[in-house]
Design a protein around this ligand. Sequence first.
Ligand SMILES: Cc1cc2nc3c(=O)[nH]c(=O)nc-3n(C[C@H](O)[C@H](O)[C@H](O)COP(=O)(O)OP(=O)(O)OC[C@H]3O[C@@H](n4cnc5c(N)ncnc54)[C@H](O)[C@@H]3O)c2cc1C
Length: 486
Amino acid sequence: MHACVIGCGVIGLSCAIQLQKYGFKVTILTRTTPLDAHLDPHYTSDKAGAHWFSFASDVEVQKQAFDEISFQALSGLAVLEPDCGISTVKGHALFEKKQTQSSHDAAVRRAQSLPWWSVIVPRFHVWSGEELHAHARKTGVEYERAFSYETAMIHAPHYLEWLYKKFLENGGVVTKRQLQHISEAWSILSPSPPIIINATGLGSFQLGGVHDHHMQPDRGQTLLVRAPLIRDIWRVPGEPPCYVLPRGDGTVVLGGTHQRGDGSTSHDASVARDILARCARAVPVLRNPANFEIIGHGVGLRPARRIRTGIGEEHQRVEVDEEWSVGLGPIDAAPNNYSSSSLPSSHTNTAAHPLSSTEHSHHPSPSSAASSSSSTPNMILPSTSTSTSTSTSTSTRLVIHAFGHGGEGFQSSWGTAVWVMTLAAKRAPHLFQATSTPQPFHLCYSQLRTGVMQRLEMGQKSTAECKATRNDDVTAASKLSIASKL
Ligand SMILES: Cc1cc2nc3c(=O)[nH]c(=O)nc-3n(C[C@H](O)[C@H](O)[C@H](O)COP(=O)(O)OP(=O)(O)OC[C@H]3O[C@@H](n4cnc5c(N)ncnc54)[C@H](O)[C@@H]3O)c2cc1C
């Protein structure tokens, strides 16, 4: 059975490898791959820090589930696959007095209490008053509170190349192509794939048939230094955020900025100086120029999807596209509790939008595609038309979106991919029966000790209940068993 993934960032690759796991022959259609990512300023993944530090709040159960599965998977890969570019690193989060009193930054507010993930990461430890004083004496900076933990540190370019290689080794095919419209995925591939995953990140703003105007670029500027003396991760949450991320090869990413709605990809020298000063304040090794060498500057655009609701502001879109899909099982059978369709619609002024271009308005939306398809000869009509059938799948076409991961794409990547498979297997189970793997979607998460996917499917459980079911004992064995099934 064939499947197509549009996009070759961390989300597209993770979804593609999951599909392969279940016997699908996968083609990735993409403008850019990890091999030429450095030439594409709008490809985000290779510009990331990147590490696991969940931003999910206590009530964002879906994000927690995505992050928790991903944490287990990434930590397991660090052990099982020494060449994959992931290492297990000690991290420290420091909270400044002035910030905790005045900042509106969500991360700081959340840190007033223990983060939800304090029970899933190994060696989580809240600093005592004595430790805070000792640190202040050593660094000259007083923090109100701090905690340490162990987490997964990802050398982003290296990990992406590893994923890419794994995908090709599994028989995957990559076709370099910039799509103007999502329907090209089933009109240009032969045989036409019954499953299409849209993992175009920021591209989902302009991609015809999707045009998600909740998408915004959140600019992040970084410095890359060689500083082998730095072994631990240091974070000072706030606005702008400060982070020091050692990648395991002597290089360290220093950040950063989080400039909402800013799509500029050029590097700003004064911002770089400010980042270095903030990082040196937190990590004294950086106060001595003899201890490091600047080897590069980076700017990346986080693919943020911003909608204000009662349970947060940023919402990934990981759901079935009901309009473009054809011949699925009943919608009630789908675990779509977190469908963004229940969220308020956007009134974005696209003309002023940082991702706007004249291009996107030339393509039809699902609702208008039927009437405008004459101007776009390759266009396949939306699911309301019976003429959507294709050669391999006369009755089924399943389109699933997986984009809008903001600053969290790595730390939620495997959870996203598992959820995509869950949606696929629930809505089109017959596609899985045709593959060589009889049990379609349970393998990765069934052994999770927390039952997070059950929480996802039930959705109604309160945070307190979820916490009560969480097992504090994270064993190396559970990580390994999850990672070995990716
Ligand atoms: C400075 C910085 C630091 C970060 N730190 C972290 C961190 O510590 N931890 C973390 O988890 N995350 C971090 N992130 C966020 C993370 O990088 C993103 O969430 C993630 O990379 C998004 O991946 P993606 O696959 O959705 O998008 P992308 O990597 O942008 O991939 C999108 C793909 O779609 C393709 N595409 C787009 N449009 C089309 C089209 N029309 N036709 C064909 N192909 C198309 C592109 O070529 C690309 O291959 C950071 C980001 C930045 C910028």
